[in-house]
Design a protein around this ligand. Structure first.
Ligand SMILES: NC(=O)c1ccc[n+]([C@@H]2O[C@H](COP(=O)([O-])OP(=O)(O)OC[C@H]3O[C@@H](n4cnc5c(N)ncnc54)[C@H](OP(=O)(O)O)[C@@H]3O)[C@@H](O)[C@H]2O)c1
Length: 337
């Protein structure tokens, strides 16, 4: 396989660091990796799995000669630099929300809609982390039974707010007098402690009372499943967990089902592991699933009122499968084509 030149923009962040690790671990065929971040980090040396990367400032010229650029430095940075990278010949795989709902940009989870990679015009978007974790499990159910309605509540880790979110939880646990500055949304005037708490707000509210994060789960799921009519509602909550998002999902299927059929479909699905043995208290938990590639499903049970209703508990490492791994897998599809 031809070796490619890769850039990781946001290399000093939570997702960027995971991406560097995965490119090495999965033997991604790179001849060079350019680690890019803000001016603040230029010259910093990152050591990842025995490789050293000297961080360079992300400028348009930094993408000259790059074949694949992984963007994970935030939406406004993607808006500024993605087209510059494409102009210079790179394919951009973007982890931010900048282009996800753009009709010219495919939004891809490799286990769900890998075929959409083919129609890219230079930029491919990686979905929101909670959406990826949910659709890896629900994609196969859509194929076999059809989905009618989804009601999801999330329990999202602080690393979803990046390095600063993790630092804030650590500091609060050690210092009861520390005043929160990052969560729920750094740019808003009010901040709340996350230690020994939970916060029912991720990102800003709209006039209907939903947050942007909740809208992402609605719109991105519809786009990936090619189901504009899909009835979906979400409540997204930040919890004092360091890493891995959990989701309580109620889903109504279009066809009758037995729980054995559901278990069979999920057990055969790519990227899904079932952890569901209540007699032995086996179910997925975030603390034990850090750094796992797959998403885990448990507490599989039929609704008490609607015979086509199904309850699931889903957990996945959102820095890994919810961001970095999904992006690297998209890169692997590009290379295979
Ligand atoms: N964390 C997650 O679970 C997750 C999951 C899915 C998607 N995402 C998305 O991925 C992106 C990165 O998230 P993260 O959690 O990794 O954030 P993070 O830990 O805060 O890291 C942000 C990165 O962006 C760089 N950066 C910031 N401003 C920049 C600028 N003006 N020019 C160039 N680089 C700049 C930072 O570099 P410096 O160190 O130099 O400041 C750092 O490398 C966000 O869009 C986020 O929504 C995150």
């Amino acid at each position: 396989m031809r070796k490619v030149k890769v850039a990781v923009l946001g290399a000093t962040g939570a997702v960027g660091e995971e991406l560097l690790e995965l490119l090495i671990e999965r033997n991604f065929p790179f001849s060079e990796i350019r680690a890019l971040a803000s001016k603040r980090s230029a010259g910093k040396v990152l050591e990842v799995k025995g490789h050293k990367f000297t961080v360079e400032e992300a400028t348009p010229e930094a993408f000259s000669g790059i074949d694949i650029a992984f963007f994970c430095a935030g939406g406004s940075v993607s808006q500024q630099l993605a087209h510059e990278a494409v102009k210079r010949g790179a394919v951009v795989i973007d982890n931010t929300s900048a282009f996800r709902m753009d009709k010219d940009v495919p939004l891809v989870v490799p286990e769900v809609n890998p075929e959409d990679v083919k129609w890219h015009k230079g930029i491919i978007a990686n979905p929101n982390c909670s959406t990826i974790i949910m659709t890896v499990a629900l994609g196969p159910l859509e194929k076999h039974f059809g989905l009618d309605r989804i009601i999801v509540s999330t329990y999202q880790a602080v690393s979803g707010a990046g390095v600063k979110g993790m630092e804030e939880l650590r500091t609060e646990v050690e210092d009861p007098d520390y005043e929160a500055q990052v969560l729920p949304v750094a740019s808003l005037p009010k901040h709340y402690r996350i230690a020994y708490n939970l916060i029912p707000q991720i990102d800003v509210f709209d006039k209907e009372g939903y947050t942007k994060e909740e809208w992402k789960m609605v719109n991105e799921t519809r786009k990936m499943l090619h189901r504009e009519d899909l009835g979906i509602t979400a409540t997204t909550v930040r919890v004092p967990v360091m890493r891995c998002h959990s989701e309580s999902v109620y889903v109504e299927l279009k066809k009758d089902f037995t729980l054995d059929e559901v278990r069979k479909v999920l057990s055969e699905a790519k990227g899904v592991q079932i952890q569901d043995d209540i007699e032995n208290q086996i179910y997925p938990m975030p603390l034990f699933l850090e750094k796992k590639d797959d998403i885990y499903v448990g507490r599989i049970r039929r609704d008490l009122h609607n015979p086509r209703g199904l309850n699931l508990w889903i957990v996945g490492d959102q820095v890994r499968k919810g961001a970095a791994l999904n992006a690297v897998q998209i890169g692997e599809i590009l290379l295979a084509h």
